[in-house]
Design a protein around this ligand. Structure first.
Ligand SMILES: Nc1ncnc2c1ncn2[C@@H]1O[C@H](COP(=O)(O)OP(=O)(O)OP(=O)(O)O)[C@@H](O)[C@H]1O
Ligand SMILES: [Mg+2]
Length: 357
């Protein structure tokens, strides 16, 4: 295992800058996940680490050594792609062992490494098959096997599970977590699925538009986001954002509802409340009327989706059977302590003193 460090790294295609002065430390042995919306530069970043893209500016270090101009093969990294990229005319065994054969390892050594990888991935019974005769999950395991046999210091995964159906994705997620524990290699993993990121990562890196918005453990990003973007991106259903107006130590929401805020704050603010911090409970002071459009029943919990009078969408988590039906208007309360405030630029306002309820 090795650490990977990017220092002021940028990537330009002509005049378009798709990665901007990015700084990131991927600790040795960590499972680091890059998330962000489509086009934010996740694959580009991974491909630069792999050596499949040139680096326009800054320094890439792998295991403490400058790697900007290192040949991809010399970097000690192996990449697994979304589309598997298996050779259709080769058996599973040959697909897995191909890179080793090219590297000039003798036949017995290749065979033994292929068996070992197949054992880890539980695909020994498939070694003589061609990729066409495998399921999606099996193909993905072959693609991972091809990376494992090279015994890389760093694994790079680019949305490896996004071609799989929902159920298989969940079980492959568990297998990847196990694989990481077993191999103890550094893993840098790209996904735009925040649930996948939350379950797999030691550390999540949230990207937007070629930049890092915030880095932290899943818990940190969930409970202490720096801005509206991260708060909205991490968590499902996403955080509710209500618009308010701050003046003289109070944020004024719709319907005469107010919240305490730092007295220095004034002007438009965004009030973030997670679905689990909203309670459908009628007839109280300090409540917001919400018209319910849809109820998602998930067994233990249910999510109520509705909107405020001004059409702001709202999601509410209910643990018990509330008896509420779609079409109803209900009063929703929330706990002041769990509210997050964001200024007009989207930056989180962290009050020095706790907000009184
Ligand atoms: N060869 C290229 N020339 C110009 N622009 C490019 C080129 N390759 C990628 N880009 C641009 O770089 C940006 C980042 O692309 P990238 O593939 O890294 O995004 P991504 O975060 O992986 O997105 P997705 O989630 O859709 O895979 C995009 O805006 C893309 O259009
Ligand atoms: Mg991509």
């Amino acid at each position: 295992m090795a650490q990977v460090e990017l220092k002021d790294v940028s990537k330009r295609y002509g005049s378009v800058e798709v990665i901007r002065d990015l700084n990131l430390m991927v600790e040795a042995g960590s499972f680091t996940v890059l998330v962000g919306p489509s086009g934010c530069g996740k694959s580009t970043l991974l491909r630069m680490v792999a050596g499949l893209e040139t680096i326009s500016g800054g320094i890439l270090e792998i295991a403490g050594t400058r790697a900007n101009d290192l040949d991809p093969v010399a970097r000690g990294v192996a990449m697994v792609f979304q589309n598997y990229a298996l050779y259709p005319h080769m058996t599973v065994a040959r697909n897995i062992g191909f890179a080793l054969k090219i590297a000039g390892l003798d036949k017995a050594e290749v065979e033994s490494r292929v068996r070992e990888a197949a054992d880890v991935l539980q695909i020994e019974h498939l070694l003589d098959r061609k990729p066409a005769n495998l399921s999606g999950g099996q193909r993905q395991r072959v693609a991972i096997g091809r990376a494992i046999v090279r015994d890389p210091q760093v694994f790079l995964f680019d949305e490896p599970l996004s071609n799989l159906d929902a159920e298989l994705r969940v079980s492959m997620r568990v297998e990847l977590a196990r694989l990481h524990q077993k191999l103890k290699a550094t893993m840098l993993y790209v996904t735009h699925d925040q649930t996948e990121a939350m379950t797999l990562a030691d550390k999540i890196v949230v990207m937007r538009d070629g930049r890092i918005e915030q880095t932290g453990t899943p818990e940190q990003l969930y409970s202490d986001p720096d801005n509206v973007f991260v708060a909205g991106f991490i968590g499902s259903p996403r955080m509710n954002f209500l618009s308010g107006e701050a003046s003289q130590g109070l944020v004024h929401l719709a319907q005469g509802v107010t919240l305490p805020c730092p007295s220095t704050l004034s002007g438009p603010v965004s009030v973030g409340i997670r679905p689990e911090h909203m309670t459908p409970r009628g007839g109280r002071a300090h409540s917001l009327p919400v018209t319910i459009d849809m109820i998602e029943y998930l067994g233990g919990t249910r999510y109520l989706y509705g909107r405020l009078a001004n059409e702001t969408p709202v999601a509410i988590e209910a643990r018990d059977n509330t008896g509420i039906r779609a079409g109803e208007q209900i009063d929703v309360t929330f706990d002041n302590h769990s509210v997050m405030l964001f200024d007009a630029s989207g930056k989180r306002i962290r009050s020095a003193a706790p907000i009184p309820s």
